[in-house]
Each structure stands twice: as C-alpha cells, then as structure tokens.
Design a protein around this ligand. Structure first.
Ligand code: NBY
Length: 797
C-alpha cells in the first residue's frame, strides 16, 4: 500500500477519532492517530486468529502473570507489521517528526523486572509462532514508580501511564466477573457453598499482541477492578457526597498499583486480594470459553494449558478445584486431577525471602473456602504419596511454592543451573516424589524488539549478509560466523556499534549534561538493585581503578564509561544506599580532571524498557556479576550478547549457557561457582580475610568508609562497608580479586580493536539460541503438549 493511503488513514483518525484539526494537532494527537491506524492493521489478523482458534477447537495457552512489562507498543507493532518505511514517509508528508511522535508514548511499566519482561517477550513469541494464547494480568492504574535522584538518593514518584488514553486497548464492558472475598462457607446437601462478604467486579481490557509479519495476533487481557455498586445513592441524597463514592474507591484500590518489590515477600492483604482477583477472573473466563467450545469437561486438559508465572497466581490451584467441584459438582478427586493436568508453574527464584507464604489467618479471612480446599489438596497428595509428607499448609502458613508444585503438571526452572538447584534445594523432597515434574526451559528474549527494532544498524548489516530469515529463526545468526574474518564485515560491525554509542553519548549529554567519549569502552550494568546482583562489587572496583589511575595518571589506561541503571524497591534500604554510593562516586570521579578522561560513571534515572532499548545496542561490556547460585537466569545478559557486548560474569543463571555457546574466549569469567560459594560461607571471617589479602580492595573500602565520596556526611557508607567486610553474605569481598583480574583482562582485550570486534560479532553469531521463540517451542513440546499452531499448520499445507 502506498504511503499516501496510509497518510489519509492517519488524517481520518485524527479528524474523526480524535476530533482534531491537523493545524492544531499536538505530537500526542499524531501519535494517537498513527497508533489507531496501525492498530486497524492488526485487528483483522487478530480476529482471524481468534476465529481460527475457535473454529479449530485449538488448545490454548493461558499465561497468568501479575506482571507484563510491555514498554512502548507503537514502534514494536510498526516493525512487526513492516510498516516502518510507510509510517515514516506518511509522517514526513504530514510535516511531523516520526521519532518525536513515537517518543511521546508512555512506557507501560506493569512489571518490576525480568519476570514481567519475560511475560511480554513470551506473548510476542506466541504470536510470531502462531500459537493461540491469552496473557492474563492486572490493568494497574499506576505501574512501577518513576525514579528520580535527589542529591544522588532515589526518590519515587507515582507513575501515570493511563493519564493519557491507551491507544492499544479495547475495553470489554461485556466481559466482567464478580469476584468475592471473605464471608462464610456452609454446606447444603453435601455441597459447600461460599457466600462472600464482599464483591468486586473484574472487567476486561484487551490489547492485541501482533507477531512478526502480522500473520497472527494474540490477546493480552488485563482486568480492572470496579465496585459492584459504584455509588451509594442513599448517602448522596443525604448529602454525604464523599461517602457516596466510597464503594467505587475501595474496590478500585485492587487494580490501583503494582507492588514495587521484586525481592522480599511482604504478606500484605491487598496483595493477596490482587492475586485472587485476577486469577479468579481469568479462570472463570477460561472455563466460559472452554464451555462455549466443548461440552465434555474431561477434555479440559487437552484444550487448556495454564502457565503460572511464579507463585503469584498460585491460588489458581484451589480456585480451579472450587469451580469444578463446588460449582460444577464434579467429584473432588476428579476435580483435583483435572485442575492439576491443566496447570504448570514457572519458578523464578530460590531466594527464601522471595518465596510467597500467607498466614493461615489471613487466607482464612479472605478466602475461607480456599483454605479448606488447600488442606484437602494436601490430604489428597499425602494419600497418593504415602510415607513422605510435604504439605502446602504448615505451621500456620500457606506455602505458595509447595502449593504450586503439588497442583502442577510441570514445574520449570528458567536456566539449566537454576533448574538443577531447584531439584537439589527448595523442591528436593517434592522432586523425589515427582521426579518427572521439574523441567528446564531456559529463558529467551524476542529478537523483534531486542535486535530488529532497537538496533536497526546491526539488523541492516545482518540482513545484508545473511538475509532476513534470522528475524524469526534466530539461530540463522550462526551464518555470520562465515563473515567474522572478513575485514569489511568487521569494519561495518564496529561502525554500527560506534554509531550506536554516538547516539547514546548524545542522549547522555542532552539528558544528563555529562560528556562521554564514544571511543571509550561502554561498560553497562542495568537491572534491579539487589545485593545478590552486586552493583556494589562493580562500584567498589570502580573506586579501586580510580585510585590506581590517580597513582599513575600517565599510564596508558583503557578509557571506560561505567553505566548503571535500575531501581531499588522503595523499602530496600541497603539497595538504596548502593544507588546513593554509585551516584556519589560518579560525582567525584566525573569532576576529577586527572582521571575523568579514563573513567566516568553515569547513572541515568528511571530505568525502563525504553531506556534498555537505548543502552543495550551501545554496550561493549555487559556486567553479569551476581553471586553464583542466586540469579535464576537473567535475560538482559542475552540481550547484550545478541547485540555484540562481551560479558564479564560469574557462572550463574543463563550466563553458564551463554558462555558455553559464545565460547570461553569470548566471555570474561570470574568468581566462585555455586558450590564454592556455599563452601566459602563456612569459612570464618571470609570477608575480613579477603580484604586482608587484597590491598586494593582494602584501600577502596577505606576511601568509601572515610567519606571520600560523601564529605558532607563522612560516615554515610559505614553500613555498606561494615556489611561487605563483615557478614558479606553475597561474597563481594571474596570475589573482588578475581573480578579485578577479569576487568584488567577486559582492558587489555579492548585495546586490540580488531580482535574485540571479532569477539563481539561472535557473540551475536552464537546467541541465536536465546530467542524466546526457542523457549516457547520448548514449553509447547515439554509442558503444554501443543503441536498445532499456525506455524505447524502452514508447514503441513
Ligand atoms: O525473573 C527474575 C529473576 O531474578 C531473573 O533471574 C530471571 O531471568 C527473570 C525471568 O525468569 N525475577 C523477577 O524478575 N522477579 C520479580 O520481578 C518479582 C516481582 C514480584 C515479586 C517477586 C519477584 N513479588 O513477590 O511480588
């Protein structure tokens, strides 16, 4: 279609959907008009996909997730529909700056980090592959908080993505369910009847998720909470105007805000309400759809595959049993069996403090019937597995990990190492009872967003060399290996990286006022702040390097820019101190006229998907330095490798698999293994010993402790230093020397530009396995038992 027709459609939406004259239209208006135009192109394929799934009575995947970190959607849709040229040309014709228009879209941050972003990548891959799927979650009015820095300290401000109209969603007032809380359970003719004390309405909002080339689209269905009776007319008539609106306000708190903590489980009542709210609405929707298409409930496991993204929707087990047993009268054991064969559970963490537990008291108050059902599920499980007793209910607590495991057909880890550790640690007993249940599905990332759209230079070069088949068959990147000894290819590869770095440097200058040199190595650590991720190891090494440069300023140092980005959970004090420290160190180093030509520290605030898309293509070095055994997988690590950054990292999560694939020569390994970590913790005073053994570490810590970076408050970092020299649970001190060694190897390697570029290109060429398309195919084969999809259908034709 010529771009002139595209242009008329944009104008039509501007005029009739937005009611604006072109002369008066703002960038927001243009973006909305463009989005509606693009959305129109998705809608037909979306309807086709739904019709195909319905008519074919196809098995569907239901991905239940508290979080979908989808970011901006316009660019992604434009790229997947291959409308980029047309859209740009049409906007140019209209005299509108396309990039500026795209940049007005809010970044939908309905998630904290990797878990939420994984859900978003999975939906896109499911659409690309053509597997019928619906993602279910919550339509938070406020996503993850906006981060600002005040004198280097993190401040949190409410995020407000819905203050503008959301161009991509369709409201479905006709799809609504009443969700109950509290109340009583009584028996009537041998059947349990739950009479909740309180109800809220879950109402659906659908966003189509378009796959590559637009041939299939799935649905992201997000539930909004509203009051069953929004308004108290009696109160209003009595003049109590605020009280009159109260029912609505109370109910709406359920979908008001995303919990911003990805680290510790807090056991808050509102959180459990959110979990039950979206899980119950989703299950009712799933059963309603099933019952429209099938009349034999025994077919449920053949037609419905439900994936629980972590334990957050774990109440799905008892709720599905309740819907089958209490509401449909199916015998209890048969109900449990049916439910269990539909449900699967992905575990994303082994950290004990992050595993959800609810007190029996709270569960009993909010979900009395579910508490009773959990006890019966435990009995059912014990009867089938005599001898060993592992229960979900224990010591007055409901353990959601155990509940999820017991009620799952398959339980999966998110990297090979993580899966093995699950078997050996948190789920060892359940694994012994059900040795076939735990499977590994290493995470992946969608190449459409994380390469094609965010790194157009690398994409163009790749397509020029190997054709464009790589976009939905990422392992084709291996064909780039034929080019890594071609100097023309290497020149082009490094020119693309250089241009990406220049773009980033310009953005840093504009938005932070700091000048960085695109010739310097861009060394990037971007992720949530957590002690196990060890941003403090990185900043301590930065301080040590700075001291060394100051000792010897005329030596031939390899210039580096250390870039950090990420948010700390608002209540995580230590993580916030690390942010403060990084900013304090940056302030001193960037102002140091002797060293700043060799070393700078940049920390742009408010890390989100959009910022990741800007940073990753410009990276030379990817920091993946978690304490071994703690990072379940990581997905940023994959994005960096694909975009040609070399990794400095530990043998943790998917780093292990990345290193296996890109080759040990193209990966800077350091640090203890997961087993050595366990050993080392048993050494008395391990941190103090490590400090005593490494004068560089001792000196860096002393500078931090004594207030070199916080002269206005010299003891600001006593706590941080006391931690890494004392208990040091995450072994920052014990891994420091080896980290330093690896970093100096990085320095030396970077100086050999040709060899570095070759290694970078090999990272790209060998990372194709980390596509979320591969992950989804793995789930289909090993978890969901789905062999039919559009992809398979076309192959058979
Ligand atoms: O999931 C992350 C893992 O840390 C990372 O290694 C992995 O690659 C990724 C995808 O599998 N986990 C994660 O992002 N977790 C959360 O964001 C999260 C959010 C909320 C809560 C717990 C964890 N919560 O309890 O509220």
């Amino acid at each position: 279609m010529p771009h002139t027709e595209f242009r008329s459609e944009i104008l039509r939406h501007l005029t009739y959907t937005l009611g604006k004259e072109a002369e008066m239209a703002t960038r927001y208006d243009w973006r909305m008009a463009l989005s509606y135009t693009v959305r129109d192109r998705i809608t037909e394929s979306w309807h086709d996909a739904m019709r195909t799934s319905r008519d074919g009575r196809m098995k569907r995947v239901y991905y239940l997730s508290m979080e979908f970190l989808i970011g901006r959607l316009l660019e992604d849709a434009v790229v997947n529909l291959r409308l980029d040229k047309q859209a740009e040309a049409a906007m140019l014709d209209l005299g509108v700056d396309y990039d500026a228009v795209v940049a007005t879209e809010p970044d939908a941050a309905l998630g904290n980090g990797g878990l939420g972003r994984l859900a978003a990548c999975f939906l896109e891959s499911l659409s690309t592959i053509g597997t019928p799927a619906i993602g279910y979650g919550i339509r938070y009015e406020h996503g993850l908080f906006r981060q600002t820095f005040e004198n280097g300290r993190q401040m949190e401000e409410p995020e407000d993505w819905l203050s503008q109209r959301h161009a991509w969603e369709f409201e479905r007032p006709d799809v609504a369910f009443e969700i109950g809380f509290g109340g009583e359970v009584h028996e009537e003719n041998g059947r349990c009847i739950w009479t909740p004390a309180e109800h809220v309405i879950a109402s659906a909002h659908d966003t189509p998720v378009v796959g590559w080339q637009g041939s299939w689209s799935n649905t992201l269905r997000l539930w909004e909470a509203r009051a069953a009776h929004a308004f108290d007319l009696a109160a209003f008539n009595a003049g109590r105007y605020v009280a009159a609106a109260e029912p609505g306000t109370l109910a709406r708190t359920i979908s008001r805000v995303l919990y911003p903590d990805d680290t510790t489980e807090q056991g808050k009542e509102l959180r459990l309400k959110q979990e039950y709210f979206f899980t119950a609405a989703s299950l009712r929707d799933i059963l309603a759809r099933f019952e429209r298409e099938h009349d034999d409930i025994a077919l449920l496991p053949e037609k419905v595959a439900i994936q629980l993204n972590d334990t957050h929707p774990a109440i799905a087990g008892p709720e599905l049993v309740r819907l089958l047993h209490d509401e449909r009268g199916i015998e209890f054991n048969a109900s449990v069996d049916l439910a269990r064969r539909c449900l699967n559970y992905t575990n994303h963490t082994l950290l004990p403090e992050a595993l959800e537990r609810w007190s029996e008291g709270l569960m009993g108050r909010l979900l009395p019937r579910h508490l009773a059902l959990i006890a019966r599920i435990d009995e059912w499980h014990a009867r089938l597995n005599p001898g060993r007793t592992v229960t979900a209910l224990e010591h007055g607590q409901v353990k959601m990990g155990e509940l999820s495991f017991i009620m799952a057909n398959r339980v999966n880890g998110v990297s090979a190492l993580h899966t093995e550790l699950m078997k050996k640690t948190v789920f060892s007993e359940l694994h012994a009872l059900h040795p076939e249940r735990i499977v590994n599905q290493t995470n992946g990332v969608t190449p459409r967003r994380w390469v094609l759209s965010s790194n157009p230079r690398l994409s163009a070069l790749t397509t020029d060399r190997i054709g464009e088949g790589w976009v939905d068959d990422l392992e084709q990147l291996s064909r780039l290996e034929d080019h890594v000894d071609d100097p023309a290819f290497l020149d082009a590869y490094s020119a693309a990286k250089r241009a990406n770095k220049e773009d980033l440097a310009a953005w840093v200058k504009d938005s932070l006022g700091e000048k960085i040199d695109p010739a310097a190595m861009f060394d990037i650590q971007i992720k949530r702040l957590h002690e196990y991720k060890r941003q403090h190891l990185n900043i301590i090494e930065t301080v040590a390097l700075w001291q060394e440069i100051r000792d010897n300023p005329n030596a031939d140092w390899t210039p580096r820019v250390k870039i950090f980005a990420g948010k700390a959970a608002p209540g995580y004090v230590f993580a916030k101190e690390i942010i403060h420290l990084i900013n304090d160190v940056g302030r001193v180093l960037n102002a140091d006229s002797v060293t700043s030509k060799f070393l700078k520290v940049i920390y742009p605030p408010n890390y989100n998907v959009t910022l990741a898309e800007r940073l990753i293509p410009a990276a030379d070095l990817s920091e993946q330095i978690s304490t071994a055994g703690k990072e379940a997988s990581g997905t940023g690590n994959m994005k960096f490798a694909l975009n040609g950054a070399l990794t400095v990292g530990t043998l943790d999560g998917a780093n292990v698999e990345i290193r296996e694939r890109v080759g040990a020569d193209n990966f800077f390994l350091f640090g203890m293994t997961a087993e050595e970590v366990v050993e080392r913790r048993r050494v008395e005073n391990h941190a103090a010993r490590a400090v005593a053994d490494d004068p560089r570490l001792a000196r860096a810590l002393e500078a931090i402790r004594s207030g070199v970076f916080s002269p206005e408050e010299p003891d600001r970092y006593h706590g941080v230093v006391a931690n890494v020299t004392g208990p040091d649970y995450f072994l920052v001190s014990s891994d420091f020397s080896d980290y330093w060694r690896a970093q100096r190897e990085v320095d030396a390697a970077y100086r050999d530009t040709a060899a570095w570029t070759r290694a970078a290109a090999l990272n790209t060429a060998r990372s194709g396995w980390f596509s979320s398309d591969r992950t989804i195919r793995g789930y289909m084969a090993d978890i969901w038992d789905i062999r039919s999809s559009r992809a398979f259908a076309t192959a058979a034709e």
